[in-house]
Design a protein around this ligand. Structure first.
Ligand code: UDP
Ligand code: MG
Length: 324
């Protein structure tokens, strides 16, 4: 699928070295985060006089927070009260990020720093959101790549907004986009969808994803499946509406079949069809009904989550922020 068409001719910005805030979600990254923050600090210093980094410790069970606190430089830390997931951690970071531009990136060196220079360049050209699009996904397994492609195809065909494929959270947001993102209250947070939903002048730039440097990926198959279901149910009502069509089709077929049986019995005098047809029809319908109830349940569970109005995350500790 194509990335969203940028609004034509954005007007260039005059600021060359904007105030940059980086938001870094981190879950059990103690092993590599010191080196990461050091390298990031050096890189940002070359880009701007004013920058800061907000690390969101997403309920790590290792020493992530301690290691972050020991870092020199403008590093601030938000520690969540437990593991709320990457989407919530990013939301927590965005709620506190007050730079002119905000760059979101992972703590594992998979997002190369030179891409940030390109982000800033495109921001200067007048774009409000610049997102990085993975050139290839060699670091992922074949199955994960296939499933991811399938997910984007299904989402693309079902959703009314265009969510760019292979674009993740590695992106630059202008301050006004950050303010817009803060207005979205939903608990079912599928960030890739929300970035696309808010709109603004956006552009994608290609990049090659690096290997993870320390520890291993925090996403397993079930976590990804859960995220994919959240994505589908948050950005499309089609799975719900589909059943009107399926139901109608099955009704029409069964009426035609009833007529056929009537004609066979009354006109040709054939005995009634056997039990096999009956069993197939009953089990098929049972399956269709359970499936449709299951899909209703998926939406209902999400509505239930939404109406509870619980916060998307809780902050246990803040370091480097002005006292409230
Ligand atoms: N992450 C997080 N909370 C989680 C899982 C991951 O904040 O529950 C962070 C993680 O520390 C990393 C980023 O999200 O900075 C991307 O995670 P990871 O590298 O494990 O995912 P992958 O690159 O495999 O998609
Ligand atoms: Mg990673």
């Amino acid at each position: 699928m194509n990335p969203p068409t940028p609004v034509p001719s954005p007007s260039p910005r005059t600021t060359t070295r904007p105030w940059i805030t980086c938001v870094v979600p981190a879950y059990n990254e103690a092993e590599g985060i010191a080196e990461f923050l050091h390298a990031l600090g050096l890189h940002l210093a070359g880009l701007s006089e004013r920058f800061d980094v907000i690390v969101v410790d997403d309920g790590s069970s290792d020493r992530t927070s301690e290691v972050v606190l020991a870092q020199p430089g403008p590093v601030r830390l938000l520690t969540l009260s437990r593991n709320f997931g990457k989407e919530a951690a990013i939301s927590a970071g965005l709620a506190e990020a007050d730079g002119e531009v905000v760059v979101i990136l992972d703590a594992d060196f998979q997002h190369p720093f030179p891409v940030i220079d390109e982000f800033i360049h495109h921001w200067q050209l007048g774009y409000d959101m610049v997102y990085a699009v993975r050139r290839e996904r060699d670091t992922d397994s074949r199955l994960r790549r296939r499933l991811s492609r399938l997910f984007y195809q299904i989402l693309g065909s079902m959703s009314s907004i265009q969510i760019p494929e292979d674009a993740g959270d590695f992106r630059l947001l202008d301050r006004k986009v950050v303010l817009a993102m803060r207005q979205l209250p939903e608990s079912n947070r599928f960030m890739k969808g929300l970035y696309a939903w808010v709109g603004f002048r956006s552009i994608g730039i290609a990049f090659t994803i690096e290997e993870r440097r320390a520890s291993s990926s925090k996403f397993n198959f079930l976590k990804l499946l859960d995220l994919a279901t959240t994505g589908l149910t948050s950005f499309s009502n089609l799975p719900l509406r589909l059943w009107v069509g399926v139901g109608s089709l099955i009704s029409v077929c069964s009426i035609l079949y009833a007529l056929d049986i009537l004609v066979e019995t009354l006109i040709f005098g054939n005995p009634l069809a056997g039990w096999a047809t009956l069993v197939v029809a009953v089990t098929f319908l049972g399956g269709v009904q359970l499936l449709s109830i299951g899909i209703l349940g998926e939406y209902l569970a999400r509505i239930f989550n939404e109406v509870k109005r619980r916060p998307n995350y809780l902050i246990a500790d803040k370091h480097g922020f002005p006292k409230e």
